[in-house]
Write a protein that binds this ligand. Structure first.
Ligand code: 5GP
Length: 173
């Protein structure tokens, strides 16, 4: 059995808190949640059910290339399909690591002229950051370990683990 870093119960409690925070921050308004495929699918599904607002969903997909420490590049492989102009958008990510992906996506989404763009990440590895970016809503700060489960994969496997676990043999990126 893999080592559990964050149990399903810990995740549920924290996701409910973030949902409550978003509900308060956007009281009386609607929100468009944009999940980053595939890793954020569980987080988006659970978070959305903790947001007591009029909400819609969209999804986006990216691919990363190269050495993520320095020259990594991010490419969009699935764009949004809903209009974002004048919408309250919350970008929902699984994990903020080097910051390349979120930096790329924020810039890309801002070009659509949303009313507000906020970012939510379930996990944050601040020690790995290459670009100076922070999310508006952060589930858990975690150490530099490669994690799987609750949507996060290792070569497409383990996304269905209900807890967030540490991969025994950590792959170097
Ligand atoms: P960044 O662009 O911030 O370096 O990376 C964000 C993406 O890297 C995440 O959306 C995720 O796909 C991947 N990633 C970073 N750290 C981990 C990890 O510990 N486990 C898994 N499964 N993916 C990770």
């Amino acid at each position: 059995m893999p080592e559990i870093l964050l149990s399903r119960d810990q995740i549920a409690v924290r996701v409910a808190e973030i949902g409550q925070q978003i509900t308060t921050d956007f009281a009386g308004q609607s929100v468009l949640l944009i999940g980053v495929l595939k890793g954020a699918c569980m987080f988006l599904g659970d978070l959305a059910r903790q947001i007591q607002l009029d909400a819609t969903f969209d999804f986006i997909a990216v691919r990363s290339y190269g050495d993520r420490h320095s020259t990594g590049e991010v490419q969009l492989i699935k764009d949004v399909t809903m209009p974002l102009r004048n919408q309250n958008v919350v970008l929902v990510e699984d994990i903020l690591d080097t910051g390349l992906t979120m930096t790329f996506l924020k810039k890309m989404l801002m070009a659509h002229q949303p009313r507000v763009l906020k970012t939510a990440t379930l996990l944050d590895k601040p020690s790995r950051r290459v670009l100076p970016i922070e999310a508006d809503y952060v589930g858990f700060l975690i150490p530099d370990r490669f994690v799987i489960g609750y949507g996060l994969d290792y070569v497409e496997r383990y996304r269905n683990l209900p807890d967030i676990c540490v991969l025994a043999e950590a792959p170097r990126k």
